[in-house]
Design a protein around this ligand. Structure first.
Ligand SMILES: [Ca+2]
Ligand SMILES: [Ca+2]
Ligand SMILES: [Ca+2]
Ligand SMILES: [Ca+2]
Length: 411
């Protein structure tokens, strides 16, 4: 048997075992609902295939409730969710809804390829992880997926058991996220505080995200927010990504390009290679770590230009350190400090900057402060360390020295 027939044989096997819907391709609302209803009723159905470039207009949310892994092969289909659900505003002008254009109520893996969701009346794609989920983490994969012009979140992956997104109750499992070749733009323009892409992970479990060749630009809330509470880390690896021109919708509380909030035990471990965080209305990159745990940040070839607040901001609180490495990072024209690290509680800062520029920022180009308590009068900890090589500061509003507290700067 030659290689081609081996491959074809493998595809045929896969087809019979997992592509029951390959023959009846989805091309409208009725066939999409029929396919999802069939998968909800029959756990052997794991794949739903769309007709090439199908245009589908929904009149209501489409809801997957199955317990099996599910794969949507979009083949370039576009789903218009302008009439798929609604939201109400409560007294605080917070939008309240359980709706979304495509909803997955499951702890099983979700894989979506080659699909675009536009104009959602509420959220674009929603994954609700049941509070009772135990066992393996959920893996969510989106390749060549576009979510454009949703009123609320573009994508919402929700492990938060609290209806109002409060507290730290959630499932025992964590979230693995893989995004490649995708665009999330124009979302979060129907109510305040809705991001292009939001992940809420609570209780036990990590957020483990790998995002490649993806643009998360022009959303009303944060471009992306990864929000982790309870035990567990946020690990994010971002390669060839853009988080720009986000955060414009709520003039009272503008938002960031990429916002990572980690609380409870656990670390933020972030690597960005070839990244852009430009023109956001609050911070470009905003990392907040609370309670036990460190921030470990590695930025290589990253630009943060023209953000309204800090270009790159890291806050670490309570026990734990900031360890950072920045190589070929340029931060300019920001409305506050260019790069700002604040370490509080037990722990230190250990950073290395190589070929970094910070120019024309409103306050300091680079500010790194290590405190036990912020603004303490007496230093009681061993100093942290900042190694710099070929670091250029120019035109910054508070001068062009690196501003530090209890950090030894060495060439
Ligand atoms: Ca969890
Ligand atoms: Ca945590
Ligand atoms: Ca600390
Ligand atoms: Ca900490």
């Amino acid at each position: 048997m030659n290689n081609l027939s081996l491959v074809l044989g493998a595809i045929a096997l896969m087809s019979t075992s997992s592509c029951l819907y390959a023959q009846t391709q989805v091309n409208d609302e009725a066939s999409l609902n029929a396919a999802i209803a069939a998968a909800n009723a029959d756990s052997s159905i794991r794949t739903i295939v769309f007709e090439k470039d199908a245009d589908i207009t929904l009149t209501a949310p489409v809801i997957y409730n199955g317990s099996q892994k599910i794969q949507l092969i979009g083949n370039g289909a576009i789903i218009d969710g302008a009439a798929a659900g609604s939201f109400v505003l409560d007294d605080d002008l917070t939008a309240v809804t359980k709706d979304g254009t495509l909803i997955f109520n499951t702890q099983a893996d979700v894989r979506i390829n080659g699909l675009t969701v536009i104009n959602s009346a509420t959220r674009g794609i929603v994954v609700n992880i049941p509070e009772t989920a135990t066992g393996d983490d959920i893996s969510i994969s989106m390749q060549n997926v576009n979510v454009i012009d949703s009123a609320l979140f573009g994508v919402h992956i929700d492990d938060n058991a609290d209806e109002f997104d409060d507290g730290a109750t959630g499932s025992d499992i964590g979230i693995n996220l893989y995004i490649n070749g995708s665009v999330f733009t124009g979302n979060g323009t129907g109510a305040i505080d809705f991001d292009g892409f939001r992940v809420d992970e609570r209780a036990e479990g990590n957020i483990n995200a790998l995002i490649v060749n993806t643009e998360i630009d022009g959303n009303g809330g944060d471009g992306m927010e990864l929000d982790e509470g309870g035990n567990g880390n946020v690990k994010a690896t971002l390669i060839n990504t853009s988080f720009s021109a986000n955060g414009f919708y709520n003039e009272e509380d503008l938002d960031d390009g990429l916002d990572i909030d980690e609380a409870g035990a656990g670390d933020i471990i972030m690597t960005m290679i070839n990244g852009k965080v430009n023109d956001n209305m609050d911070e470009g990159l905003d990392l907040d770590e609370e309670n036990d745990g460190d921030v470990k940040l590695s930025l290589i070839r990253v630009e943060a230009f023209n953000n309204a607040d800090e270009g790159i901001k890291v806050d670490e609180e309570d026990a734990g350190d900031i360890k950072a490495r920045m190589i070929m990072v340029d931060v300019a024209e920001g409305g506050d400090d260019g790069i700002q690290f604040t370490e509080i509680g037990e722990g230190d800062i250990n950073a290395k900057l190589i070929n970094v520029t910070a120019e024309n920022n409103k306050k300091y180009g680079i500010k790194m402060e290590q405190w036990v308590e912020e603004d303490e009068e007496e230093i009681v900890e061993e100093a942290g360390s900042l190694k710099v090589r070929n670091v250029v500061l120019a035109g910054n509003g508070k001068g062009d020295e690196i501003k530090t507290h209890n950090i030894v700067v060495a060439e």
